[in-house]
Design a protein around this ligand. Structure first.
Ligand code: CA
Length: 244
């Protein structure tokens, strides 16, 4: 049975989630603050299969929680609940390491579908090579130099080191790799990877790219794979031309 942690201070929403997720067969624990969520997740992250994380919380907000979680190397799938009409919150959430989001007020059926999607992905990873879905994805890797992105395992391997990726990090990398050598606009990333149509502040995308560079660049301050295209966006290059 999948264990879900709900982090939500509005009691009626929290109780509604508990009741309905319970009815779907999940084990649900509710906490009302970011601090309480971090206490649980830092102590026994493996006990939870998924986190539903509200942005607006007393004390530490959802952005601070997800950032601390990811910075500490904990990659439990996390769906953020954002305020409708604040697309910049969505971008901030993704930049901080969220896997998915839903704007409030949300439709319960959609929330349950999103949760199911995130958990299925996690289950494939756990099952290793056993399922058909995994077998068909097992060659889903992209190698450049000493680095390899395993899209199926949500991992980036650099030499002997392995870095876990969030679903969204893997999706952004996949999109850039698919358009290798070509400029990819911030708008295209927003619309085609993040599913956002809103004309929003795109700085969050830049922050996201900064994070990816920390993984894939030898010197993140002087990127050779994930290049900035001035006035447009970014361009991925797998084999950079070495200078001099
Ligand atoms: Ca709240």
């Amino acid at each position: 049975m999948s264990q879900i942690l709900v982090v939500e201070d509005e009691q009626h929403i929290a109780e509604g989630l508990r009741f309905n997720l319970d009815a779907e067969g999940y084990q649900v624990q509710v906490v009302e603050s970011g601090e309480a969520a971090l206490d649980l997740l830092m102590a026994e992250a493996a006990a939870f299969d998924l986190v539903v994380l509200d942005v607006m919380l007393p004390g530490k907000d959802g952005f601070a929680v997800i950032a601390e979680l990811r910075d500490s190397g904990r990659f439990v799938p996390t769906l953020m609940l954002t305020a409708r009409g604040h697309p910049e919150d969505v971008l901030r959430g993704f930049a901080a390491g969220a896997d998915d989001y839903l704007a409030k007020p949300f439709e319960l059926a959609i929330l349950i579908a999103r949760i199911g999607g995130l958990l299925r992905r996690r289950q494939w990873l756990r099952n290793g090579m056993t399922g058909d879905a995994v077998r068909s994805e097992s060659s889903d890797a992209f190698t450049f130099g000493a680095k390899s992105i395993r899209f199926d395992l949500l991992e980036l391997r650099v030499g002997e080191q392995t870095f876990p990726l969030t679903l969204m990090e893997a999706n952004v990398l996949r999109y850039l790799v698919q358009h290798e050598g070509k400029p990819v606009s911030r708008k295209a990333l927003l619309e085609e990877v993040w599913g956002l149509r809103e004309d929003t502040d795109t700085r969050a995308i830049d922050n996201f790219i900064v994070r990816l560079r920390r993984y894939i660049e030898d010197d993140p301050g002087r990127p050779r794979h994930l290049l900035t295209v001035r006035g447009v966006g970014y361009r991925f290059v797998s084999l950079p031309v070495t200078k001099g």
